[in-house]
Write a protein that binds this ligand. Structure first.
Ligand code: ATP
Length: 463
């Protein structure tokens, strides 16, 4: 990863400030100085985030017969995290500066990328120790301490009485809920293997270096599919999901060349994965970075939960009577990371007819506001009435805003900056022939359309 800070990346800084200025994303608890790694979504942000999640849900769950959804709890039985391997393995190598006490991820201070690709975790720590010995703290040039493993699970305590409180964990990855519910889903949904369970939900990680805005947070949302298969069909389904997910991401961006698939090196593999590919996005701040992981989890999850809970997850094929523990292909991506990458993909500065404008060239299905309605003049009641009529008609179906401030040019600029695909102006001709001008965000071209045709015109693109 290139070593740019958030502020050094001009594009990211502009997006962060646009998000704050226009009500997409705010720093959490800002009046108290904020809290690192936590963000709130504002009025436009929540619309956009909901649109993104809706698009994923339609693609993954509603379009298919062999996937069903769940919404699991954030706190689960604490044993889940021992069984999942997270208590033991969900760690980052950390090093403290002995002088200024700052803490760093050891693997970001030294180059372990190429020659150490195939090292086991334990060997890697030893290597890091050796390499770190010759390094100094990048901030104060002080001496660095020992490399230590730091667990990323966020702890909480539940219970009423202080001394009988139980230590629990906020889920470090949302997918565990799917394994816990696997059998309940199997028994109630009439699904048979191969089938999948999908979920969108929050996850929490004590990230050492939350950074790059929504890219690495401590509280974030994930979307997961866990697809349960026969062991001998694993390869087929793994390839299937790689292709499906890659083509979906390429479809929702404006610049598909900024999306790629990359295979993990051995030392990058998570403890549960035998094989992994990442779908990556070419960011302005760190080059190619992960967007979604496609993981070959095999029988790791159901076997481990079977062992730790004393439960038999053996599946009997209804046709062949064959018995096996189902294997799993996982596709796991970040909702907030998608939000950020789509903003990076959409953010454009352009000179149109001699005027500078900022445009979010968002896919219309993802844009927070679909249509803005303007009366040409704010002081003509007949124009206002007609425009209100159009506004109310469209509002039944789409997220529409009203604007009668300033001149039309300024209203356009304001909508371009939040990605509104269409602006409608009601003028004096509208009173005579029931038509409006429809101005397209990206081309700025205007067409005249009949009011009665508007719903079907926009539905064709948005439905
Ligand atoms: P990374 O290597 O970036 O830390 P990861 O490999 O730990 O990610 P997974 O555990 O596979 O990530 O999680 C699935 C997805 O969840 C990631 O592809 C990413 O989109 C998202 N994600 C993971 N960690 C964070 C985080 N701290 N903040 C925001 N999104 C995250």
């Amino acid at each position: 990863m290139q070593d740019k800070t958030e502020k050094e990346d001009l594009k990211l800084s502009k997006i962060v400030s646009l998000c704050k200025r226009r009500g997409f994303v705010f720093p959490s608890s800002e009046i108290y100085g904020g809290i690192r790694g936590f963000y709130d979504f504002g009025p436009l942000g929540v619309e956009m985030k909901n649109n993104i999640k809706k698009l994923w849900w339609q693609e993954i769950v509603q379009k298919r017969d062999n996937i069903v959804g769940i919404d699991g709890s954030i706190i689960t039985h604490p044993k889940v995290w021992t069984a999942s391997g997270h208590i033991e393995n969900f760690t980052d190598p950390l090093v403290d500066c002995l002088k200024c006490k700052r803490r760093f991820r050891a693997d970001t201070l030294v180059d372990v990328s190429e020659q150490d690709q195939d090292e086991s975790d334990e060997n890697l720590i030893k290597k890091l120790e050796k390499l770190i010995k010759n390094k100094e703290c990048p901030v104060c040039k002080g001496k660095l301490g020992k490399v230590r493993r730091f667990n990323l699970l966020v702890e909480a305590n539940i219970g009423v009485l202080e001394d009988s409180k139980e230590k629990v964990y906020l889920r470090g990855e949302a997918c565990q809920s799917i394994y816990l519910d696997y059998e309940n889903v199997l028994n109630t949904s009439r699904q048979k293997i191969p089938f999948g369970i999908a979920q969108i939900g929050k996850a929490f990680r004590n990230e050492i270096t939350p950074r790059y805005f929504l890219y690495r947070q401590r509280e974030f949302e994930q979307w997961d599919v866990q697809f349960f298969v026969r062991p001998d069909e694993m390869s087929k389904w793994y390839e299937y999901w790689k292709t499906e997910r890659m083509s979906w991401y390429q479809k929702i961006v404006t610049n598909p060349e900024d999306v790629r698939l990359r295979q993990h090196k051995t030392n990058e593999l998570a403890h549960y994965a035998k094989k992994a590919y990442d779908i990556e996005y070419n960011t302005s701040f760190g080059g190619w970075l992960e967007w979604e992981g496609i993981h070959w989890r095999g029988d790791w999850d159901l076997s481990r939960h079977g062992k730790f809970s004393n439960h038999d997850f053996t599946y009997t094929d209804p046709q062949t009577e064959e018995k096996f523990i189902p294997w799993i292909v996982e596709t796991s991506g970040g909702v907030d990371r998608t939000f950020l990458y789509l903003l990076l993909d959409a953010y454009t500065e352009e000179k149109t007819n001699g005027k500078e404008r900022i445009i979010l060239k968002l896919n219309p299905k993802i844009a927070p506001v679909k249509i803005a309605v303007f009366p040409l003049l704010a002081n003509k009641p007949e124009l206002i009435n007609k425009a209100k009529e159009v506004y109310k008609l469209l509002k039944k179906k789409f997220n529409v805003v009203w604007d009668d401030r300033g001149n039309i040019g300024k209203r356009y600029l304001s909508q371009d900056e939040i990605g509104t695909p269409w602006c409608l102006t009601i003028d004096f001709d509208s009173l005579k022939d029931n038509t409006v001008t429809v101005r397209d965000r990206d081309s700025t071209k205007q067409t005249r359309e009949k009011i009665e045709d508007l719903i079907s015109l926009f539905s064709k693109i948005l439905d």
